[in-house]
Design a protein around this ligand. Structure first.
Ligand code: NAP
Ligand code: ZN
Length: 352
């Protein structure tokens, strides 16, 4: 084991603070990465504050962070994909069994024995996994992604979660030219959803509760913007959407959104609010509509998404912050005040 600098939370009500964590000694198939940037996902905040206690209770101390971009500092003797100095990305997954039908099909995100990047039993250390709010990480090369060299690194980090979480369901449900697609919530996930839906050629409509985000949404690629708390604006789109991606982090009216789907339309939840939704059966029955959900994506699809971003020069719009500003950033996230992803410059951890 070796020591790594990190920021962790000691309890659901503690601020994140500097600490030292033990990382495993690399195995033959491991890649050691110096972390350069780590995005702040709203999931980090949900997890740090134990808002998902019913599903994934938080083990403290918790070191969050699953939007990691860095540089390879050493490789195990059996590593073939990476060499020292290469750019490397790590998302929400750091392990899976590799043998189940899901893994064999490239759906590691559905593996019953997967390991998430933080707050998950760590089979190497016996503790829990620690995420990317840290200066280094050790990951099996199977779970390390290649980051296109033309991308800005601070803006590329959020692709590892916000990017794949929005790309994967749009790909799965056939978002393309000729489809009318809604994206709900202009946060980290939502703004990537707008960029992808636009790049895929769909007629893209952004739903927001924040009137001050309308201009940005149009600049990011939305064809139309709807203020979701304005009943008249919502009514104008009734029964018209093929697909809606809901990326909202807090409680909101899901029945109003279901009513905007055309027949056989699908509302896919990627946002994971703490409180369950009341869903009206009639909103699904009339129009044979579907309500679905989608988690991140598998390794092959994540690489495909990164390559797509490299080709189309797509990155997140980021506010780069120092590690020491993380608690302030969390407070802004709760107020939906981020444009549109915080990306932590890990060089700041050297002075923490
Ligand atoms: P974020 O940057 O905080 O964005 C969330 C957005 O939701 C806000 O910017 C806001 O957009 C909207 N919003 C917030 N409160 C609202 C309310 N009360 N009513 C309506 N809209 C509201 O969060 P994020 O990082 O994109 O994550 C979004 C959600 O996805 C989180 O719950 C996160 O845990 C989840 N997530 C899921 C996966 C997965 O695999 N499925 C992966 C990553 C994250 P406007 O200002 O435009 O209204
Ligand atoms: Zn995330």
């Amino acid at each position: 084991m070796y020591n790594s600098k990190a920021f962790s939370a000691a309890s659901a009500t503690s601020p994140l603070a500097a600490t030292t964590i033990a990382r495993r000694d690399p195995t033959d198939t491991d890649v050691c990465i110096e972390i350069l940037f780590c995005g702040i996902c709203h999931s980090d905040l949900h997890q740090v504050r134990n808002e998902w206690s019913g599903v994934m209770p938080t083990v403290y101390p918790c070191v969050p962070g699953h939007e990691i971009v860095g540089r390879v500092t050493s490789t195990g003797s059996a590593v073939t994909k990476f060499k020292v100095g290469d750019l490397a990305g790590v998302g929400c997954l750091v392990d899976s069994d590799g043998t189940c039908p899901e893994c064999k099909a490239g759906f590691e995100q559905f593996c019953p024995n997967m390991t998430l990047t933080y707050n998950f039993p760590d089979k190497h250390t016996g503790g829990v996994t620690y995420g990317g709010y840290s200066d280094s990480i050790v990951v099996d090369e199977r779970f390390v992604l290649k980051v296109p060299a033309n991308l800005d690194l601070a803006g590329a980090a959020p692709l590892l979660c916000a990017g794949i979480t929005t790309y994967s369901p749009m790909h799965h449900w056939g978002v393309t030219k000729g489809k009318k697609v809604g994206i709900v919530g202009l946060g980290g996930l939502g703004h990537m959803g707008v960029k992808f839906a636009h790049a895929l050629g769909a007629h893209t409509v952004l739903f927001t509760t924040s009137p001050n985000k309308v201009e940005d949404a149009l600049r990011l690629g939305a064809d139309e913007v709807v203020l979701s708390r304005d009943a008249n604006q919502m009514a104008q789109h009734a029964g018209s959407f093929d697909f809606i991606l809901d990326a909202v982090s807090a409680d909101h009216d899901i029945n109003g959104l279901l009513g905007l789907l055309r027949h056989d339309g699908n509302l896919c939840l990627v946002g994971a609010p703490e409180k369950p939704f009341p869903v009206s059966a009639f909103n699904l029955i009339f129009g044979r509509r579907s309500l679905s959900g989608s988690p991140i994506g598998g390794l092959a699809e994540t690489q495909e998404m990164l390559d797509f971003c490299g080709q189309h020069n797509i990155t997140a719009d980021v506010e780069v912050i120092a590690m020491q500003q993380v608690n302030e950033a969390y407070e802004r996230l709760v107020k939906a005040d981020v444009k549109y992803r915080f990306s932590i410059d890990m060089a700041s951890l050297k002075s923490a």
